[in-house]
Design a protein around this ligand. Sequence first.
Ligand code: ATP
Ligand code: MG
Length: 355
Amino acid sequence: MTDALSKALSEVIDPATGHSLGAAGRVGGLDLRDGVATIVLRPGPQGEDITALRAAVASALEGREGVTRTRVIIETQLSGGAKPKPKPAAPARAPARRIIAVASGKGGVGKSTVAANLAGACVKLGLKTGLMDADIYGPSAPRIFGLSDAPGLRKTDAGIEPLEAHGVKLVSMGFLVGERDPVVWRGPMVTGAIRQFLNEVNWGDLDVLIIDMPPGTGDAQLAIAQGTPISGVVIVSTPQTLALDDARKAVALFDRTEIPILGIIENMSFFLCPPCGEGTEIFGRGGARAEADLIGGPFLGEIPLHPELREASDAGRLVASGDGPVAKAFLRAAEAMLLNVDAAHRPAPDIVFVS
Ligand SMILES: Nc1ncnc2c1ncn2[C@@H]1O[C@H](COP(=O)(O)OP(=O)(O)OP(=O)(O)O)[C@@H](O)[C@H]1O
Ligand SMILES: [Mg+2]
C-alpha cells in the first residue's frame, strides 16, 4: 500500500464533524488485498451516520491504485475494560483462501455441529480444510472431533501446529485447557487468543477455514469481525421464531462490519425418523427460508433433527463424512456456501454506459 492511499484516507472529511479523519485521529488501520481496501476507523461521535462516512471513504479511495472496493470497519469499545489497541486491519498473511464464520445469535442451535459437518463436507469435496473453534469459554471441537484426550498443541518454528481429525485441521481452546476446566478471561484476552489462532497457527495452505463462533454478540465476535479478513458468514438458526430473532441480531452485527452473509442454514428443520425415513416438522419448518428472503440473504439448506447427529458428535464421528441423508444435506449446504463465497469475492464486472 502506498503513502498516497493513506494520505487520501486521512484527508477524507467526516460528514458528521466536518473534520478530516486524519486530523480527528480516527484512522486505525488500512490494508489493501486483492483490490479490497479494509479501513479500520476509531469510534466517532455517538449516533454518527456510518453510511455517509462509508460513502465519503469509498468516493475518495475507490478507483485509486488497485482499489476496486472499500470496506470500512468502525472499532467498537470491547467490554471488559481496556480499549483495544490500534491494530492492523488484517493479519500479515491470511490463513486460508476462504475464511467462513458460522454464527448464530442464540446458543444451542447447533452451530458447532453444523460448522464441524460443513468442514467435513468440504474435505469430501476435496478441499484442504481447517476449523477454528472460537468458542473460548465453551469449546466443542475436541468432543465433536473425538480429540477430548488429545495432547495439547505443539509449537514449532512454523508456528502453533493444529491437530487433525477426519481430514480437518483443528485448533480449539479445548486443546489448551481440559474440557472441564473453566476459562475465566477478560475481553481483551479473548481477543488475543483469537488473533493468535488466526495468525500464529501453521494452517498451511488451506482452501477453506471454518470458524465456529461462540453464541451471542460479544468480544469474540468483535475480534473476528474487526480483525480478520473474513470472506463471509453462515448463520445457523432453528425454525422457531425466538432463534430467528436472535439470528437477526447476528446478521446485524456482521452487516455493520460489511462482511457478506453467505446464507442461512435451518438446523433441526424437521425430525427425520431413523427407522421409517419420514420427516416430521416439529418446530414449523421453513422459518429460516422465509427469514433469508426477508434479509435478502440466500438460503443454504435444511439439516434435519436426527439422533445420529447427536450420537456422532458425542462419539467423535462426523456424520458428513458418511453418505446417509444427513450427510447429503450437509454436502448440499457446503456446496451452496462455497458457491456464494466465491461469488461474493469475484470482482464485479465493469459497467459500461453506452449512450
Ligand atoms: N440436527 C441435529 N439433530 C440432532 N441433534 C443435534 C442437531 N444439531 C445439533 N444437535 C445437538 O444439539 C446439541 C447442541 O448443538 P451444538 O453444540 O452444535 O450447538 P451450538 O449452537 O454450537 O451451541 P453453543 O451455543 O453452546 O455453542 C448437541 O448435543 C448436538 O449434538
Ligand atoms: Mg458451539
